[in-house]
Write a protein that binds this ligand. Structure first.
Ligand code: NAP
Ligand code: ZN
Length: 353
């Protein structure tokens, strides 16, 4: 074991603060990575503040971060995919059982025995739970390490590892979007990636936002139209007209307002994970034979496909790069939807922490 520098929260109400954490030595199939950038996902904040207590209680100290990009510093003797000096990415998963039907289908994100990058029981016993990417290094089984295209800006690549795959996966799964009317609800970290991908796959993209000041950005990011969701007239004009809607809202909201936007057999997929259950009107689903579903990140092969797609199409997240010392301020701004459109922590700042 060795000590890594990190930022952790000691309780649901404590700010994140500088600390050291144990990391395991590089075993046979392991890759040790110097972390260069880590994105701040709203899931980091939900977990640090124990907002998902009833589903996944947080174990403290908590080191969040699952949008990791860095450089390989060491590899185990059996590693074949990476060598020292390579770029590497790590997302929300660091292990799964490899034997269940979901793993066999390349859907590690649905494995019942998966290990999340942070706040999951640590099979290696390095700590009580896994510690995430707000750290200067991490050691991960090579099967969960992604290759990073060399042509992209690394600060903007980090968020692809969660926000990217979480929006890419349901958009790909929906099918051929050419000419279809697609809604993206919430223009945050996930939402702005959803707009980029839906546009790249040929959809007519409409953004629903509560933030009037994001309108111009939404158009620049690839939206054809922007609806201010609290404007009832604007909403009414689009009722019953969408093929597919991706809902990325992180807080409680009236989902029926968006279900009613769908046309016949339209689907709304939830990727946002608000703390409290949403109230769904049966009638909103029945009329129009509409469906509501959910989606969680993506499998490892699909995450690699997404990164390669981003390399080919020059797609990265729009980021505000911050030093780790600004992380608590960043969380306050994230709650207020005040980020364009993802914070990416420059981990070299940990050296002076
Ligand atoms: P984010 O950057 O905070 O974006 C969420 C956006 O939702 C905000 O920018 C805002 O957009 C909108 N919003 C926030 N509060 C709202 C409210 N009260 N009513 C209406 N709209 C509101 O968060 P994120 O990192 O994109 O994550 C979004 C959600 O997805 C979180 O719950 C996160 O935990 C979850 N998540 C799920 C997965 C998965 O695999 N399913 C993966 C990652 C994250 P506007 O300003 O445009 O209104
Ligand atoms: Zn995330």
């Amino acid at each position: 074991m060795y000590n890594a520098k990190a930022y952790s929260a000691a309780s649901a109400t404590s700010p994140l603060a500088s600390t050291t954490i144990p990391r395991r030595d590089t075993a046979e199939h392991d890759v040790e990575i110097e972390i260069l950038f880590c994105g701040i996902c709203h899931s980091d904040l939900h977990t640090v503040r124990d907002e998902w207590h009833s589903i996944m209680p947080t174990v403290y100290p908590c080191v969040p971060g699952h949008e990791i990009v860095g450089r390989v510093t060491k590899v185990g003797p059996a590693v074949t995919k990476f060598k020292q000096g390579d770029l590497a990415g790590v997302g929300c998963l660091v292990d799964s059982d490899h034997t269940c039907p979901n793993c066999q289908d390349g859907l590690e994100q649905l494995c019942p025995n998966q290990t999340l990058t942070f706040n999951s029981p640590d099979k290696h016993g390095t700590g009580p739970v896994t510690y995430g990417g707000y750290s200067d290094s991490i050691v991960v089984d090579e099967r969960f390490v992604l290759r990073v295209p060399a042509n992209l800006n690394l600060a903007g690549v980090a968020p692809l590892l969660c926000a990217g795959i979480t929006t890419y996966s349901p958009i790909r799964r929906w099918g051929d979007l050419t000419g279809k009317k697609v809604g993206v609800v919430g223009l945050g970290g996930l939402g702005h990636m959803g707009v980029k991908f839906a546009r790249a796959f040929g959809a007519r993209v409409v953004v629903f936002t509560t933030s009037e000041n994001k309108k111009e950005d939404a158009l620049r990011l690839g939206a054809d139209e922007v609806i201010i969701s609290r404007n009832a007239d604007e909403m009414q004009q689009h009722a019953g007209s969408f093929d597919f809607i991706l809902d990325t809202i992180a807080a409680d909201h009236d989902i029926n307002a968006y279900i009613n936007m769908l046309g016949r057999d339209g689907n709304i997929t939830l990727v946002g994970a608000p703390e409290k259950p949403l109230a769904v009107s049966a009638f909103a689903l029945l009329f129009g034979r509409r469906s509501l579903s959910g989606s969680i990140i993506g499998g490892i092969a699909e995450t690699q496909e997404m990164l390669d797609f981003c390399g080919d199409h020059n797609i990265t997240a729009d980021v505000e790069v911050i030093p780790i010392q600004k992380v608590n301020e960043a969380y306050e701004r994230l709650v207020k939807s005040d980020v364009k459109y993802r914070f990416s922590i420059d981990m070299s700042s940990l050296k002076s922490a």
